[in-house]
Structures are given as structure tokens and as C-alpha cells.
Write a protein that binds this ligand. Structure first.
Ligand SMILES: [Zn+2]
Ligand SMILES: [Zn+2]
Length: 334
């Protein structure tokens, strides 16, 4: 974290065109209780046109084991169910910035295995958190995260690595746009990387996503950084705690501190068009069906939409968290 560095001075130099569609595809993180078939039936039950899920037990180091015929059946089920976008999320245990060499090695290995599974399943990408290091070693943590991303992306799959920014938690490698730029620039083959923004994390890190002007400032910063073209995935989670809290606790869409006004402004941003939008929100099927309906409603074009420009947010990094989907803000860095 170098707050004195002017926002927008750093730029990722290699632009990559990644837009695949003109509208957002809305869906949800899906629990895979009954294996791959349950992902598709679960998605159909809540009106999800995009899915994200864990391909293996998120609390274990065991890699995904997906048979070729099961993968083929899954791709066919998705096609039949009209699921237009699929992402895998790396397990909770993965911390690509871990100061523990054994955890770091295992994080890289499990991420590589998960990316291979994403490829087999026809997923667009694998979501990997930017990670968190130990106290007082931000440069070392960034170097470890970058080295890990280099190794993971070296698999050379069609499925890309989507780096998810953190909630400003302690030791987090990247929670702000500027920190994301530094991380991407530290990865030699960064053209293989994409960006995942979690609205709850951004809000917790200090971005004023509860106000249309704040949304405008956030995306203007993203444009100036050169990373806007890398944005492929939005985790649409409302926030249970106040702006800048650095606490990663998700709330249902429109029912937290970001609120409907904030989500409306976010979903109408041009940078978000063509992105996949999935919620990782609490509650049962009914709650998720409602969240998806709300997101689709707010994403519908309306006259006079689009945010403002200019200004800078006041994000500061430093506290712990970094849990994955549906997160309760668990997780000290490992
Ligand atoms: Zn997320
Ligand atoms: Zn979260």
C-alpha cells in the first residue's frame, strides 16, 4: 500500500479485448451438494444464466477429480439449460501470497488443478483471490502472489485466471485498483489474467459504491488504470458492514449498505456490460432467486443511466479476512 502514489499513474500496458457479449449474464454461486448435475438443476431453480461453483471440497487440499464423460455431460446440460457463463472458484484454502512455503506450494498446485478442471468443464475462468501475506512484508507478499499467478496462468488454457480483489483486509495483496495494477504488472504473462471485482470487497475497502458518484469514481479509476478491459466477472454482493469497514460480510442484493441505488449504478456502467455477474449471498434458494431477479431488474437499460467521472476513492488496506464466496470474513492469512 502506497497511498501517496497518485491514483491512475500506474497502467497495465498490454490491453486485451475480452468482451464476449453486449449484456450482463446474471447468476449465482451454486452449492454442489449433488455433484455437477446439481449445479445445473440448482441454477435452473433460481433463474441463473451464469454459475460459479467449487469443483472440489473448498475446505480440503484434494484436487478436483472430474471424469471426461461427466465434464461432457455438464457442458451439454449447461447448453440445454441456457447457462451462458460458467466460472470455477478456487477453494478457500488457497492463498497465493502465503508466507508459509508449504501453503504457497499447495495453493499453486491446487489452483493449477482447478484451472485444468475449469478448462475441462468449458468454464470461462477460475477465480483466485489476490491473497494475503504476513504483517509488514507487502513487497514480499506481492512477489509471491505474482510468482504464483505466473505458474498458474502458464497452463495456457482457454479458461483464464480471474484475480479477485480483497476487502482491504490485513496483509491483502490487492484490494484497490492501483494495487491490482501493481500485481498484474509483476506477472510477466499477465495478458492471461482477468479481473474479478466483488462489490462488497470494494465497498469494505473504501469505495463509495452506495452512491452513483462513488460508483462513477471507482470505474473512472478502473478506466485510467488500463484494467477496465480485463474486467470479466462481478461478484454482486451487498455489504453487511459500513463503507471502509474492511469487513467481508455479504448481504442480499439491495438489503445491505450498498443498496439498490448503488447496484443500479454499478450494473449500468459500460465496463460491466459483457461481464458475468454472480451473487455470493446468504440465504436459501428463494433468497438467491430474489437476488438474481433484483440484479436482472437493475441491469435492464433505463434512460439517463451512467455514472459520473473523476475523483479518487480513499481506500486503505490492512486488515484480515479474505474468505471466498458467501464469506463470513473468516481467514487469517495462512
Ligand atoms: Zn467474491
Ligand atoms: Zn467476500
Amino acid at each position: 500500500m502506497t497511498p501517496e502514489r497518485a491514483v491512475g499513474q500506474s497502467r497495465v500496458t498490454v490491453g486485451v479485448a475480452v468482451r464476449e457479449t453486449a449484456t450482463v449474464i446474471v447468476g449465482s454461486h451454486i452449492r454442489t451438494r449433488g455433484g455437477l448435475p446439481s449445479v445445473v438443476t440448482g441454477a435452473e431453480a433460481i433463474g441463473a444464466e451464469a454459475v460459479q461453483f467449487f469443483a472440489s471440497n473448498p475446505r480440503m487440499w484434494r484436487p478436483p477429480a472430474i471424469a471426461e464423460d461427466a465434464a461432457g455431460a455438464f457442458r451439454e446440460d449447461c447448453r440445454r439449460a441456457g447457462i451462458g457463463s460458467t466460472y470455477l472458484h478456487a477453494p478457500y484454502l488457497v492463498n497465493i501470497a502465503s508466507p508459509n512455503p508449504e501453503f504457497h506450494r499447495r495453493s499453486v498446485e491446487l489452483s493449477r488443478a482447478s484451472l485444468a478442471a475449469a478448462e475441462a468443464l468449458g468454464a470461462r475462468g477460475l477465480v483466485v483471490h489476490a491473497g494475503a501475506g504476513g504483517p509488514g512484508e507487502p513487497a514480499e507478499a506481492l512477489a509471491r502472489a505474482a510468482a504464483a499467478l505466473e505458474k498458474i496462468a502458464a497452463l495456457g488454457t482457454h479458461a483464464h485466471v480471474s484475480v479477485e480483489l480483497m476487502a482491504g483486509s490485513r496483509g491483502a495483496v490487492a484490494s484497490t485498483v492501483d494495487e491490482a495494477v501493481r500485481l498484474f504488472e509483476a506477472v510477466p504473462n499477465h495478458e492471461r489474467l482477468r479481473l474479478c471485482l466483488d462489490t462488497c470487497h470494494l465497498f469494505a475497502a473504501g469505495y463509495a459504491l452506495d452512491e452513483p458518484d462513488g460508483v462513477g469514481e471507482c470505474f473512472a479509476e478502473l478506466q485510467r488504470s488500463g484494467l477496465a478491459s480485463r474486467l470479466v466477472l462481478i461478484h454482486a454482493n451487498d455489504a453487511a458492514f459500513a463503507r471502509g469497514s474492511r469487513r467481508d460480510r455479504h448481504a442480499n442484493v439491495g438489503q445491505g449498505e450498498i443498496g439498490r441505488v448503488g447496484f443500479g449504478a454499478i450494473l449500468r456502467r459500460p465496463e460491466v456490460r459483457g461481464c458475468t455477474v454472480v451473487c455470493e449471498t446468504p440465504g436459501d434458494e428463494e433468497a438467491h432467486r430474489r437476488d438474481i431477479a433484483t440484479l436482472k431488474d437493475l441491469a435492464a437499460p433505463s434512460p439517463g443511466a451512467s455514472g459520473g467521472d473523476g475523483g479518487t476513492p480513499r481506500p486503505e488496506a490492512s486488515r484480515a479476512s479474505g474468505a471466498a464466496p458467501g464469506a463470513r470474513g473468516s481467514g487469517a492469512p495462512r
